[in-house]
Design a protein around this ligand. Structure first.
Ligand code: CA
Length: 229
C-alpha cells in the first residue's frame, strides 16, 4: 500500500521537488499551496503524513498544525514541519502544537525521505519487517498470520486486510468511504454497508481473546482501532 503524503508549501519549486522525490520513493504525493487547500485535501482523504511549511500565506503552518490536532479526523496524522534556518527557536511552539519532527531548509530530498520513513515507522508500529504489534495482537505480515499472544487467530482475508490497516493506522478515525478506499482499494461498486459487515466479523474474530473492544465505533464518523479500551 502506497503511503499518501500531503505536502503543504507555498513555494512551487519546493512543492514540485518534494513531490517528485516522494513519487520516486514509491509514495503518493498530494500538494497544497496553503492551509485552506490542505484542509480540503485532508477532508477528501486522510493522508498518512503531512509535510507542513512553517511560513505559509494566510494561516501559518504552526496554526494549521494546532488546528489539525484539535480535530478528530486529523488528530493522529504525523506532521513533519519544514522550517527555514532561524525559525528553529520556535521548535518549542511546534512541539506544543504536536509536531512530530522538523526538517530545516535547505534540505536534501534523501534526508527528507529518511525522516518521513522514520516518523511513519514510529507512528504506525511497523518496523519495516511487516511485523506489527499492538494491544496484545501481533501480525506476521510476510506469513499473513495473526496471533493473540502466542495463539494463532483464524481470520478471513478481508478481515485480515482490515485488521492490518487498522493496526498500522491505530488511534485514528476513518469513515466508511476511507476504509473502502484503503482496504478494498476503492472499488466503486462496494457499498459502505459492506464495511459494517466486515467490522462485525472482525469483532467476532477477536472476541474469544476479549480484544474486540479495540474496534471502536465513532458515532457519526466511522471507525477507529485503539489499544486504549
Ligand atoms: Ca513558505
Amino acid at each position: 500500500m502506497h503511503k499518501r503524503i500531503l505536502i503543504v508549501e507555498d513555494e512551487a519549486s519546493i512543492r514540485d521537488m518534494v513531490s517528485f522525490a516522494l513519487r520516486k520513493a514509491d509514495m503518493e504525493a498530494i500538494a497544497a499551496a496553503d492551509a485552506r487547500a490542505a484542509q480540503i485535501a485532508i477532508a477528501e482523504q486522510v493522508p498518512d503524513l503531512i509535510l507542513l511549511d512553517w511560513m505559509l500565506p494566510g494561516m501559518s503552518g504552526l496554526d494549521l498544525a494546532r488546528r489539525l490536532r484539535k480535530e478528530e479526523l486529523s488528530r493522529e496524522i504525523p506532521i513533519i514541519m519544514l522550517t527555514a534556518r532561524g525559525e528553529e527557536m520556535d521548535r518549542v511552539n511546534g512541539l506544543e502544537a504536536g509536531v512530530d519532527d522538523y526538517v530545516v531548509k535547505p534540505f536534501s530530498t534523501r534526508e527528507l525521505i529518511a525522516r518521513i520513513k522514520a516518523v511513519l515507522r514510529r507512528s504506525q508500529g511497523d518496523d519495516g519487517s511487516g511485523m506489527v504489534e499492538l494491544g496484545g495482537l501481533r501480525i506476521d505480515g510476510p506469513a499473513h498470520r495473526v496471533f493473540a499472544g502466542e495463539e494463532p487467530v483464524p481470520i478471513g482475508p478481508t478481515e485480515y486486510r482490515l485488521l492490518y490497516f487498522f493496526m498500522t493506522h491505530a488511534e485514528r478515525v476513518y469513515t466508511r468511504a476511507q476504509l473502502l478506499d484503503h482496504v478494498w482499494g476503492g472499488s466503486v461498486y462496494v457499498e459502505e454497508r459492506t464495511v459494517d459487515v466486515h467490522i462485525r466479523r472482525l469483532r467476532k474474530t477477536l472476541e474469544p481473546w476479549q480484544l474486540d473492544a479495540m474496534v471502536q465505533t465513532v458515532r457519526g464518523s466511522g471507525y477507529r482501532f485503539s489499544a486504549n479500551t
